[in-house]
Design a protein around this ligand. Sequence first.
Ligand code: AMP
Length: 187
Amino acid sequence: MNIILFGPPGAGKGTQAKYLVNKLNGYQISTGDMLRDEIKKDTDIGKKIINNMNDGKFVSDEIVNDLIKKLIFDSDKKDKLIFDGYPRSLSQAKNLDLFLKKSNQKIDYIFFLNVDKKNIIERIQKRKILEKRSDDELGIILKRYDTYMDTTKPVLEYYSKNSNFKEIDGNLQIDQITRKIETFINV
Ligand code: AMP
């Protein structure tokens, strides 16, 4: 089963992705984690993206598309892909469709975790204490939220026509969100 978790920063995509990976023996594709790893390892990509990441701006479609390509075409991961934070722009969504078609795969569910801005701010401020992410500062959170609102609207429009698009109230508690997801994936 291939699943996309879609929603603003702090919606709980990573938490639900980890649950799904466990439940479905899946493979989490978190572009945020992959990009942070590039920065940590000080790679050429890391050097290119550090300023954008720290400013709460998106990294270029070209870089993220390239990062996920090898994972989608990896036969061990076929039909076990749990996307967390990708796609985030219309061009990424179209690119994903192309990669999936070429690798003979499809998306089974797109879960949109919809959360109020107030809750996002509260959650990310809590996460900052635990994970110490440099982009979890309040000013950057607000920027990341605005970036999300600007670029993801067309993605929502693109996916919301599909019958496998399911909106879930992301303001609920973690386990309540998990139960909602379970009712769809039937496991
Ligand atoms: P996340 O961990 O998903 O909240 O992502 C953290 C940051 O990584 C974002 O604010 C962006 O700067 C960058 N990023 C992660 N995923 C993407 C993506 N699909 N497209 C562009 N930038 C991304």
